[in-house]
Design a protein around this ligand. Structure first.
Ligand code: ADP
Length: 271
């Protein structure tokens, strides 16, 4: 007789309106190789707008590679080869001739380690809009305030906008990096383990922020923290050895996974 061990991760109740949502990214039979290392294998994922999609799985299974490919960051690595499609808003971003500058203005990225510029808090936020041609000081002031408010850090920094961003704590720096993304009015925010270098209180703040941000943006977050995926995401994709083993509503993944390997992973049997 086989016994099923029920995963112990609690998933908070979330509204389900997924069926009516449009797709922001669709990967179709996406493959990626670093030389001979086949790091992504036939990835099919349909990522919906205004949802938080979590990518989970053990170390080295391709999570970071996948999220970087959504922003075409992996193509700067000479050994990388890809096949298949990533459709972003109706266009295949892997196709020759795709104007990828456009993608860069639509997709914001937040990394594991906060990486503010060595500039003032104000300049960190105003930098992107300036690059996009906004020079009017009054408009830049408005963008800076709106972005910092959007990243739930305005009250903490409004009286020190000219201070170097490095003077802030790690958690504050990460919210500055999120505000920097918001300043370019992105469509999607990609987050690669955004809280793994943060303390628990800063982690909670970023998690609450993600819940707020999904009202306006689509968010894809790589996390090795399964509780975090359960708390904040609407959908979860479980990656293993470069494959998507299961992709479903987060409560389904954590309460009643279809694949034994998913169940083994979320109940802590490996990884
Ligand atoms: P994860 O984010 O799940 O930890 P990664 O996407 O970082 O996994 O890695 C997937 C596989 O790709 C691993 O075998 C890793 O060694 C390889 N890999 C990742 N980045 C590079 C790189 N820049 N060059 C060569 N191989 C890489």
């Amino acid at each position: 007789m086989t016994t099923t061990v029920k995963p112990k991760i609690q998933v908070p109740e979330k509204k389900k309106e997924s069926a009516s949502r449009g797709s922001v990214y669709q990967s179709n039979q996406l493959n990626l190789w670093y030389d001979t290392n086949h790091a992504l294998k036939n990835i099919d994922l349909d990522i919906k707008e205004n949802e938080v999609t979590a990518i989970i799985g053990p170390s080295g299974c391709g999570k970071s590679t996948y999220i970087k490919t959504l922003n075409r960051m992996t193509e700067t690595i000479p050994s990388v080869k890809t096949s298949g499609e990533i459709i972003y808003r109706g266009k295949n971003i892997l196709e020759k001739g795709y104007k990828f500058e456009e993608l860069r203005t639509k997709v914001g990225m937040v990394f594991q380690k906060p990486n503010p510029f060595p500039k003032s808090i104000y300049e960190n936020i105003a930098y992107g809009p300036r690059i996009h041609g906004i020079k009017n000081k009054k408009i830049l002031d408005q963008i800076v305030e709106k972005s910092l408010r959007g990243a739930a850090i305005w009250d903490e920094v409004k009286d020190r906008l000219n201070e170097n961003a490095y003077s802030l704590s790690g958690g504050q720096q990460q919210r500055i990096c999120i505000a920097r993304c918001l300043a370019i009015e992105p469509d999607v925010i990609l987050m690669d383990e955004p809280t793994s270098a943060l303390d628990p209180i800063s982690t909670l703040k970023v998690e609450e922020l993600v819940q707020e941000l999904k009202k306006e943006y689509s968010i894809i977050i790589v996390t090795h923290n399964m509780q975090q995926a359960a708390r904040i995401s609407d959908k979860t994709a479980f990656f293993l050895n470069g494959e998507v083993i299961e992709f479903d509503e987060t409560d389904k993944i954590f309460s009643n996974p279809s694949d034994k390997r998913t169940e083994d992973y979320i109940s802590g049997r490996f990884g």
